[in-house]
Design a protein. Structure first.
Ligand code: NDP
Length: 234
């Protein structure tokens, strides 16, 4: 039977690639989007992950359409880069609220159904910069590092109920998020990547699909890098 999957921020970029990969494998896949149109062929629900009321309403719609969420991918995320001396408090808290507290909101809501089912897969999309750090991204790196501690604690809490919680840490991926960097910045990053190129969103999706699969039943609390070797050793 098709599993009920929800991918946050699944209308573009990495999230859309994850949603398409899981749909291709036969799951019933819903995505959240904030503005614009939902992607074709996927069940879309409008949701801003900075609002618990939005998250709750979105889960309600997904449950009514395709049943309780068995696989949650917390992918929605933002950057607001600036150096620390210039970083306003709201620039810091806005990123933490969307990336880390957003992951808490959706994971908490997902456990409601998963605990009843006594099975589930939660995959959080962090980043290589959680471990490496990144100048200009104290807010983003802190939010992404926080996701790892969050995931590992949740993994310990939920393991006895057949629910796994894992993290995928992508490196430098070809999406709108990295398209804002100029060519010189992109070249500098590429020089530090052993595989010498950016990832395609589909390459992140493959790792997520594995963690969401039955084959990954014995993996929980793991951080899987998909970064071309950029973060090796961390
Ligand atoms: P994009 O900027 O292309 O897409 C971000 C997605 O998140 C969009 O769907 C966006 O929705 C959604 N989103 C952002 N804020 C919210 C919010 N408050 N509520 C609901 N949805 C929201 O990013 P990527 O695809 O590149 O990134 C996806 C994830 O992967 C992020 O968590 C990012 O941090 C992480 N990542 C990306 C890397 C990269 O190199 N690209 C590297 C490592 C990690 P909308 O379209 O409505 O704005």
């Amino acid at each position: 039977m098709a599993r009920s999957v929800l991918v946050t921020g699944g209308n573009r970029g990495i999230g859309l690639a994850i949603a398409r990969e899981l749909a291709r494998a036969g799951d019933a896949v819903a995505v959240t989007y904030r503005s614009g149109e939902p992607p074709e062929g996927l069940f879309g629900v409008q949701c801003d992950v900075t609002s618990m009321a939005d998250v709750d309403a979105a889960f309600g719609k997904v449950e009514a359409e395709q049943g309780p969420v068995e696989v949650l991918v917390a992918n929605a995320g933002i950057t607001r880069d600036t150096l620390l001396p210039m970083m306003k408090e709201e620039t810091f808290t806005e990123v933490v609220d969307a990336n880390l507290t957003g992951a808490y909101r959706v994971a908490k809501r997902a456990t409601k159904g998963m605990l009843r089912l006594r099975r589930g897969r939660i995959v959080l999309i962090s980043s290589v910069v959680a471990m490496l750090g990144s100048a200009g991204q104290t807010n983003y790196a802190a939010s992404k590092a926080g996701m790892i501690g969050f995931a590992r604690s949740a993994a310990r809490e939920l393991a006895s109920r057949g629910i796994t919680v894992n993290v995928v840490a992508p490196g430098f991926v070809e999406t709108d998020m990295t398209a804002v960097l100029d060519e010189a910045q992109q070249e500098r990053i590429r020089q530090n990547i052993p595989l010498g190129r950016q990832a395609r969103p589909e390459e992140i999706a493959k790792a997520v699909a594995f963690l969401a699969s039955e084959d990954a039943a014995y993996i929980t609390g793991a951080v899987i890098p998909v970064d071309g070797g950029l973060g090796m050793g961390h």
